[in-house]
Design a protein around this ligand. Structure first.
Ligand SMILES: [Zn+2]
Length: 355
């Protein structure tokens, strides 16, 4: 799915990244996670007819598009970006598409399965090709899907025999319905307000409920430098900024896995505020250094070749780089190098594009 989106958006670098280190004020939008109002330009790309400024928040290290186009604005600029949320498997039924979906699924289910009990009601937001819904149904859970594309939702509903709601998560009414778990695979980076959406997910959970999120890792990208930033993605999380978003939404992270390339995965449980460890922020200098390092190394290490070869992919890309849980994860979250100071954050600047 992402490959299609990237090809369409076709971001281009505007010359060398000479604007590294240049502090930009005023702010079109303050950081949606830590509400710090100061950010630093990371990259400028052209996506469709628009120029996107990618920035890093100096408060927490979050990389995000600023100013950010709302979904309605994206639809007006380039309707295909959102239509392309339709999964490949909807149109392609060949073995390679199925194998691709299966490998993606495998990388999620070993983290998810220990938390799923028989009869658990699990909501998958962005259910796409239905691979996750099928798996959940097979292990005895009761899954429900949400797909932004009505045609895809109808087709998968019939094929799998589970309820799939059509529409954007932001717009769907649940009428008091609660779930044991919510799963989002490569979706949170598309939200306009990820913390607000995580809070909404928290409200949908039964007591003891949990959420699983997988999203690309900006510290260790998979695709080439020209395709990392696109009109499709509003956010580029790192392990720490993703953990921070969960913290702000009232979740305690219980497992975090980072692969050598591509993605981060987090399992988090709804928690009382007092029980939450205070996560450390991602120093923005390290985020910029990681992006520059990756831009240099992508070509010199031949990543553009081995990222497409199955043997290398499995051994070089999808080997876990870090898997943290329990006390280890707790310690990592509160590493004292830099502390997260919610009270020290500058005042919220009203978003220009938020209305
Ligand atoms: Zn921030």
């Amino acid at each position: 799915m992402r490959d299609d989106l990237d090809a369409l958006a076709g971001p281009r670098r505007l010359g060398p990244p000479a604007r590294f280190g240049h502090v930009v004020m005023p702010t079109p939008r303050s950081c949606p996670i830590c509400i710090a109002a100061e950010f630093i330009d990371v990259e400028r790309v052209i996506a469709s007819t628009h120029t996107l400024d990618i920035v890093v928040c100096t408060g927490c290290g979050l990389v995000y598009v600023n100013p950010m186009l709302t979904n309605a604005e994206k639809d007006a600029v380039c309707p295909a970006v959102r239509q392309l949320h339709r999964s490949r498997a909807f149109e392609k039924t060949d073995d390679s598409a199925l194998a691709h979906a299966q490998r993606r699924l495998q990388r999620c289910i070993d983290l998810i399965t220990p938390h799923v009990r028989a009869g658990a009601e699990v909501l998958e937001i962005g259910s796409g090709d239905g691979a996750m819904l099928r798996f959940l149904k097979d292990i005895g859970a009761r899954p429900t899907g949400i797909d932004i594309d009505a045609a895809s939702a109808a087709s998968m509903r019939e094929a799998i025999g589970v309820p799939i709601l059509a529409g954007a998560f932001e717009d769907i009414e649940f009428h008091g319905k609660k779930f044991d778990a919510v799963v989002l695979v490569h979706l949170i980076e598309h939200f306009f307000e990820p913390v607000a959406m995580l809070r909404r997910i928290r409200d949908l959970l039964k007591p003891g409920g949990w959420v699983f999120v997988e999203t690309p890792n900006i510290m260790r990208p998979k695709v080439g430098p020209r395709r990392v930033f696109s009109l499709a993605h509003n956010y580029h999380f790192s392990p720490r900024t993703l953990a921070l978003a969960f913290h702000k939404a009232g979740f305690a992270c219980t497992a975090l896995r980072e692969f050598r390339r591509d993605s981060i995965q987090i399992v988090a449980h709804a928690a009382a505020d007092a029980a939450l460890p205070l996560p450390m922020v991602e120093p923005w200098q390290e985020v910029i250094a990681a992006i520059k390092r990756y831009q240099r190394r992508y070509l010199t290490t031949g990543q553009f070749i081995w990222r497409k070869l199955p043997w290398f992919k499995e051994r070089l890309m999808y080997q876990p780089r870090r898997m943290l849980s329990g006390m280890q994860l707790r310690d990592w979250l509160v590493n004292p190098r830099i502390r997260f100071k919610p009270d020290g954050a500058p005042a919220l600047v009203r978003a220009q594009l938020a209305s």
